[in-house]
Design a protein. Structure first.
Ligand code: FMN
Length: 201
């Protein structure tokens, strides 16, 4: 049985991280409930080009990551659709990732606002004690933003800031995205070889 993951792409910089996580989960045969916020849609196009627009994402993934992305299935939801399956505790996903996660969406999740599908689906994960992985990207951080990360961590979320390491000697943007996607997969309990494990020299 495949795993059902809710994946949200919001309007923080780092659309490539979201796309890489999506591809990595699809390669593992996951069923994805995808929600892309309005600013997430903008960042996909601004940072990856028109070919990565939401309605062309399947082709983009196949071209960039190969045909194995067809192992999984994607259902795209409107962020306004608070009646979607992932908005319900009884029908929600097994786990959720918000990557990249804007400070605005982080704040909404930290305070349980449920103003849209991303915030509601994340709230469902927290109340049902299921894995929620948040990948915020912002710098520097204000005190409210730091406090919101603390609140999410205290509520049980994995707060996994987009801070790629350099000990694996990355050469390309894809190497950096692979590192972050690998960290997300580890938090979800998947084995992977998206980056070389640290070996003491
Ligand atoms: C080009 C661009 C880059 C942005 N980068 C970030 C960012 O890295 N982190 C962040 O928290 N917000 C960033 N923002 C601001 C968010 O997009 C904005 O707060 C938006 O309201 C987030 O809405 P959403 O969470 O519904 O996607 C950026 C906005 C633009 C236009």
């Amino acid at each position: 049985m495949s795993t059902n993951i809710a994946l949200a792409i919001t309007g923080a910089s780092g659309a490539l991280y979201g796309v890489r996580v999506l591809a990595a989960l699809l390669e593992r045969g996951c069923d994805i409930d995808l929600v892309v916020t309005d600013f997430g849609r903008r960042l996909l196009r601004d940072e990856l080009g028109e070919a990565a627009a939401v309605d062309r994402l399947a082709d983009y993934l196949a071209r960039r990551y190969g045909p194995r992305v067809a192992e999984g299935r994607v259902a795209l939801h409107s962020n306004k659709d608070l009646g979607a399956r992932i908005a319900s505790g009884s029908g929600g996903a097994d786990a959720m990732v918000v990557v990249p996660c804007s400070m605005k969406t982080l704040a909404g999740i930290a305070h349980g606002l449920s103003r849209n599908l991303v915030e509601r689906a994340a709230d469902v994960m927290l109340k049902e004690r299921r894995p929620l992985v948040l990948v915020p990207r912002e710098t520097p951080l204000s005190l409210p933003q730091l406090r919101n990360m603390l609140l999410c961590g205290e509520a049980g979320a994995h707060v996994l800031p987009a801070m790629p390491a350099f000990y694996q000697l990355p050469r390309t943007l894809d190497d950096l995205a692979d590192f972050m996607a690998g960290k997300v997969l580890s938090a979800l309990g998947f084995k992977h070889d998206l980056y070389p494990k640290w070996e003491p020299r």
